[in-house]
Design a protein around this ligand. Structure first.
Ligand SMILES: *[C@@H]1O[C@H](CO)[C@@H](O)[C@H](O)[C@H]1NC(C)=O
Ligand SMILES: *[C@@H]1O[C@H](CO)[C@@H](O)[C@H](O)[C@H]1NC(C)=O
Ligand SMILES: *[C@@H]1O[C@H](CO)[C@@H](O)[C@H](O)[C@H]1NC(C)=O
Ligand SMILES: *[C@@H]1O[C@H](CO)[C@@H](O)[C@H](O)[C@H]1NC(C)=O
Ligand SMILES: *[C@@H]1O[C@H](CO)[C@@H](O)[C@H](O)[C@H]1NC(C)=O
Length: 559
């Protein structure tokens, strides 16, 4: 759908003949609706979150976030800078769907600036690296964000994850693919043409190949794009100082035949300790042969962002936040961006359509099955919750550590009473997904509590868990597995998620608004790449939502 001025006006925009052009994907390239190739030439735009140490944050990643797109004064202050830089795109890593973004988004649109929005949030707001699930709480979070941003004409893409996969943990890949599938059908259902993306941490070529190929493959072998991302972002920091153009020969070769759009979702290394970054990679990135493979990139970072002793930020705020000072890196980036002229080829009509090939075999570099988890089913999960005899009573406001602890406890107890946690478990390596695994983690815990209650002769003391569980007297005779069979009629169903993400119903005094994915932490660090490149080349302290490990009280696995 082309957004004409009248349509824009009806959506609450000032009618304007200069509306920002729509950007779409044709094959592996982006084009504006006048048929010209589009390249992202921009910058990461996100205040770095606060690092709050604790048991739910083993990697000391940012736990909080600022929604810069809801900061009207901040946007008004920064947009002239972004225009001076010649930026046509920014990336926002965490947004709050309860806030109003009209002022910022409309001003960015008027300035010709597109936005890539990460749907993830820090801590439990992302698919977790080592204990992943694709569940109603995350789907609802993603949909709530999309619903808020859908009215703007300058959202280029939504990312379903940032640096979730690492070379030592790729088992979350099927969950990311399922997220891409469900978000794509959801976007189609609301007539959005925004693209669906993922931002990948750099690593050895075997890791990059496996991840990029998997995220854009077709597990059904029928050349379908249904589970493919549209746009692959590589957070690439391999260029140092005044390196030569051959620096990128490796990745150019690797992505030579990639089937969808590829770009640098972050770039700009500090790893080689340059006094100032000359940003000479810009000239290489926006010239042939790179333009055959890549669609530009986003420099890291507008705001202060510290990682491993390096400062990536190029703009400093005054103490009252009212004015900005830019540094020498900024000046160099500005000068490099100024010299860019977009290579307008291939033409849209000659750009070949993408083909979606078979998924890569599981192996040493990819622990990801081609069997994907189901679409999280809110109605089925609510039905289950309202049937269960023993419910988790989440404390407020932060129950994630407790949720992880109690899940570990009950899953440790169940085998002793001929039970197990297989219904709530999900395993992306084996492609095995329990019938309850797509539910909110609080419902999963209630289900495990209820199984324990049932298997211990329904003693009232079996539904206690140090006061964290509550008995629902009307449901004491419900057999939990029977409730699953009746509520979750088709556990592997995929379908278009519903437009409204309803708040879960509360039963038996238990509020189930959302739920934690156990205790997780954000950031893509940890592990080693086993190649020439190491994580040390990129900001390990990513801006916000990636994911790391869940600390269950006791480890348990699918039986
Ligand atoms: C890059 O080259 C420029 C021009 O020769 C020089 O001024 C600058 O110091 C160099 N920067 C680095 C980091 O090597
Ligand atoms: C400046 O902005 C930061 C981040 O948005 C915020 O945390 C801080 O409180 C602000 N300071 C003032 C003086 O407004
Ligand atoms: C994350 O946990 C908090 C409580 O600690 C909860 O309010 C929120 O809904 C959870 N988010 C998701 C996506 O599960
Ligand atoms: C819930 O369980 C935790 C861990 O066993 C315990 O410390 C806490 O006191 C319990 N909460 C309540 C409300 O009883
Ligand atoms: C998935 O199953 C495999 C094979 O049984 C096991 O090695 C792995 O630890 C499991 N992963 C998770 C996240 O439970």
């Amino acid at each position: 759908m082309k957004l004409h001025a009248a349509v824009l006006a009806s959506l609450g925009f000032a009618a304007s003949v200069n509306a920002i052009a729509k950007v779409t994907r044709t094959g592996r390239y982006l084009y504006t609706d006048d048929g010209n190739r589009f390249y992202l030439k921009g910058i990461a735009y996100q205040t770095q979150g606060q690092i709050i140490s604790g048991p739910d944050n083993p990697l000391n990643q940012p736990s909080t976030f600022v929604d810069n797109l809801a900061d009207d004064a901040g946007c008004a202050r920064d947009i002239p800078n972004l225009q001076a830089l010649g930026a046509n795109a920014i990336r926002a890593y965490s947004v709050d769907s309860t806030l109003n973004h009209d002022s910022c988004m409309n001003a960015l649109s008027s300035a010709g600036i597109y936005v890539i929005i990460d749907l993830t949030l820090p801590l439990n707001g992302s698919i977790d690296t080592t204990q992943p699930s694709w569940s109603t709480n995350l789907l609802n979070q993603y949909i709530n964000t999309i619903n808020v941003f859908n009215k703007y004409d300058n959202v280029l893409a939504y990312n379903v994850g940032n640096e979730v996969l690492t070379s030592s943990a790729t088992n979350a890949a099927p969950f990311l693919k399922a997220a891409a599938r469900d978000i794509k059908t959801y976007l189609a259902s609301i007539k959005s043409s925004a693209l669906v993306g993922y931002a990948d941490i750099d690593g050895a070529s075997s890791f990059r190949d496996a991840v990029s190929t998997y995220l854009s493959c077709d597990p059904t072998g029928s050349n379908s794009d249904a589970t493919s991302i549209d746009i692959f972002g590589l957070n690439n920091y391999e260029w140092c100082g005044n390196d030569s153009t051959s620096t990128y020969d490796g990745i150019n070769g690797e992505f030579q035949n990639y089937n969808v759009v590829a770009y640098f979702s972050e770039f700009g290394s500090e790893n080689c300790n340059p006094v100032t970054r000359p940003w000479t990679e810009v000239g290489t990135l926006f010239a042939s042969p790179m333009t055959n493979v890549w669609s530009g990139g986003l420099a890291f970072s507008y705001f202060s962002a510290q990682s491993q002793g390096h400062e990536f930020g190029m703009v400093t705020l005054s103490s009252d936040n009212k004015t900005t000072t830019t540094n020498a890196d900024w000046d160099n980036l500005l000068n490099q961006y100024k010299q860019v002229s977009f290579v307008n080829s291939p033409s849209q009509s000659s750009a070949p359509a993408s083909s979606f090939g078979a998924c890569p075999q599981e192996g040493a570099t990819l622990a990801a099955s081609s069997t994907l988890p189901a679409t999280p089913n809110q109605a089925a999960c609510q039905c289950l919750q309202s049937s269960l005899p023993c419910l988790f009573k989440p404390p407020t406001p932060d129950y994630n550590v407790l949720l992880g602890t109690l899940t570990g406890v009950v899953c440790g107890l169940l085998p002793g009473v001929q039970g197990d946690c297989s219904d709530i478990a999900a395993n992306g390596t084996t492609g095995t997904y329990g019938a309850v695994s797509g539910c909110d983690p609080t419902i999963k815990l209630s289900y495990a509590f209820s199984q324990y209650f049932e298997l211990t002769g329904k003693a009232e003391t079996s539904c206690d868990f140090s006061g964290n569980a509550t008995l629902v007297s009307n449901n004491v005779n419900v057999v939990p597995s029977a409730a699953v069979a009746s509520c979750v009629a088709n556990p592997s169903a995929t379908f278009t998620p519903s437009a409204s993400a309803p708040a879960s119903s509360a039963t038996g005094g238990s509020s189930s608004s959302g739920g934690g994915g156990g205790s997780s932490s954000s950031g893509g660090g940890g592990g080693s790449t086993g190649g020439a490149l190491s994580f040390a080349q990129g900001p390990i302290v990513g801006l916000a939502a990636a994911a790391a490990c869940v600390v269950w009280g006791a480890m348990w696995t699918l039986l």
